[in-house]
Design a protein around this ligand. Structure first.
Ligand code: AMP
Length: 211
């Protein structure tokens, strides 16, 4: 099962891909998490990426495509994987198509008016689990339910940067939908619904894919 979750920032890609990863025992590969790991390590690549991420811009293809190729070579990807946040441009979809044929690209469409609150009230754990102060709060405020680490707010989850990220999404990422529609692998889910409803819809789609 090789799938990608698609949608604007705040659509719930990260939350859903983690849930689906547990259910189907396949890795969830978040390009944003891979980049943030480089930032935390303080590598040259991480420093370059951080400047762009804080501005809400895309990191160059030359960086993200290499990182994805390396990650997909992991033996845990042999039985399939879920991509979260890749591809984010037609150029990325074109290169990916040369080395991986995705079985499904699932678009979580969400009204713009919900996205800003979803992102600015989001809190993250370094382990990658995402919370929302209102819709999906942790059991103990400020602490991850899964690993007990302290939660933090991403530097790019401010209202100002979110607006830039949404612009980048509509100009550079949204056109990728057409690429996958033409290949007949695009599926749609109403991402305005609750986490549980979206998870249910996703599982239905994944269960219906040819084995
Ligand atoms: P995310 O965690 O998916 O919200 O991604 C956070 C940031 O990482 C984005 O705003 C981009 O700066 C960068 N990023 C993530 N995925 C990609 C990608 N496929 N191509 C370029 N930049 C990316």
């Amino acid at each position: 099962m090789k799938i990608a979750l698609f949608g604007p920032p705040g659509a719930g890609k990260g939350t859903q891909s983690k849930l689906i990863s547990e259910k189907f025992s396949i890795p969830s590969i978040s390009m944003g998490d891979l980049l943030r790991a480089e930032v935390r390590k303080g590598t040259a690549l991480g420093k370059e990426a951080k400047t762009l991420m804080d501005e809400g811009q895309l990191v160059p293809d030359s960086v993200v495509i290499g990182m994805l190729r390396d990650r997909l070579q992991g033996s845990d990807c042999d039985g399939g994987f879920i991509l979260d946040g890749f591809p984010r441009a037609i150029s990325q979809a074109t290169v990916l198509d040369e080395f991986v044929k995705l079985d499904a690209v699932i678009n979580l469409s969400v009204d713009d008016r919900f996205l800003i609150q979803r992102i600015t009230d989001r809190r993250m754990c370094p382990c990658g689990t995402a919370y929302h102060l209102v819709f999906n709060p942790p059991i103990r405020p400020g602490v991850c339910d899964d690993c007990g680490e302290k939660l933090y707010q991403r530097d790019d989850d401010t209202e100002e940067t979110v607006l830039k990220r949404l612009k980048v999404y509509s100009e550079q990422t949204k056109p990728v939908l057409e690429f996958y529609r033409k290949r007949g692998v695009l599926r749609e889910i109403d991402g305005n619904k609750s986490i549980a409803c979206i998870r249910h819809a996703l599982i239905e789609i994944l269960d219906s894919l040819p084995q």
